[in-house]
Design a protein around this ligand. Sequence first.
Ligand code: UD1
Ligand code: CA
Length: 455
Amino acid sequence: MKQAIIMAAGKGTRMMSNKPKVLHKVCGKTMIEQLVSTVNELDVERICTVVGYGKDEVMSVMKDKCEFAIQEPQLGTGHAVMMAEQFKDLKGKTLVINGDCPCLSKETFEKMYDSIDTSTPMCILTVVLDNPKSYGRVIKDKNGLVKKIVEYKDSNEQELNVREINTGIYCFDNELLFKYLKEIEANNAQKEYYITDLVEIFNNHGHQVKAYVTKNIEEVQGVNNKLELANANKYLRNLINEELMLKGVELIDPDSTYISNDVVFGTDCIVYPNVVIEGKCVIGNNTVIESGSFIKNSNIGDNCHVMASRITDSVMKNGINIGPNSHLRNGCTIEDNVRIGNFVEFKNTHFGYNSKCAHLTYIGDAEVGEKCNMGCGVVTVNYDGVNKFRTVIKDGAFIGSNVNMIAPITIGKNAVIAAGSTVNKDVGDGEMAIARSYQINKPEYGLKYKNKEKK
Ligand code: UD1
Ligand code: CA
């Protein structure tokens, strides 16, 4: 049986932020979500996140994604693991992970699980750095087994010269882990319970501790401040983009393309520079996404063309052109062959097959049928300041330019609304509605007006 404990109760003081450290995002995903989804790629039965600082926020982001243990107050990394009491009677192997290492790969986690056995029930992921900064130093014996880890603040000069450091990722035999956690004491510079003390404790009880030394320095980088956050972002972004390009996605400038790792593309897609695609998205075949687009939690079908537009929580089917500068939000579904032009906003709208909406329009809380046409400047007046109301527009309706439809309202099949109308009553099938004042032309008034201007 395999399980994992993620330590995420610290504030992350060096982030200079009110937000818990693990809720900072890398490639569009919080660090903690990133870690949990990587661990979930392995056959791990249970994942427990230890929360403390900002626990409500962290738990609401992670609810349904893992279980939790609460650490209050935060008395150190060893104390954090003790809080995962629900694991204390489990058998098998337990991975313990610093919550601030978002770049770790599933291959590395797999190697950690494979590194321990009955003769060596504890393993630490380490790396050798030119500049070991303030990381914990790994002290080994002549056989290469780990004797202890000394925290930077507790190190003597000789220990500070050691360049092999603790990355904060460990694998343990679960029964021994919980047996020996109790022996950790807080007698150190920071008066904290250090998980790293388990190295000496395991050794004292005759258990070997080994190090799995990785060469991938970037993968194990911890995020302690905004500079390191940016570095982690860059590293993961490059990995994601490289993989996408090798799978056939054409990224014109990968350095300015930000795609999260839950985005799936079909064949022959082209992504222009300065595009962001976040969350869970599926992009179909032959779809082109031009500069300035932001797409989140949305599905876009085949043969679509997105020009500098924002699309969130929506579905666009096939052969759709949108933009420049349009916005779909809050659960829109756009059927095949639609054209949505410049400066158009759709909210919570179902827009039917082959319908058009080319310019400067707001359609909210609406059901629009097939082959409808929205003129320039059409507005669904869906909100009275208190409640929202629906607009239903049936197949083939033609809505003239600058029409306001005051909802709730239904516009019938093949109905026409004259330009400039403000309608608040239903329009029947095949009817035409005109709701605007009559025009009066006054002879010579134009000239009189002009002459007055001159004086
Ligand atoms: C820790 C290690 C250090 C290692 C480094 C790698 C210890 C004592 N030291 O130091 O050897 O080189 O990571 O990055 O473990 N946390 C809790 N509860 C607490 C304290 C921390 O959940 O009471 C969590 C934090 O939220 C964070 C992780 O544990 O995700 C690591 O804590 P942090 O304070 O960053 O440890 P470091 O000082 O970096
Ligand atoms: Ca850290």
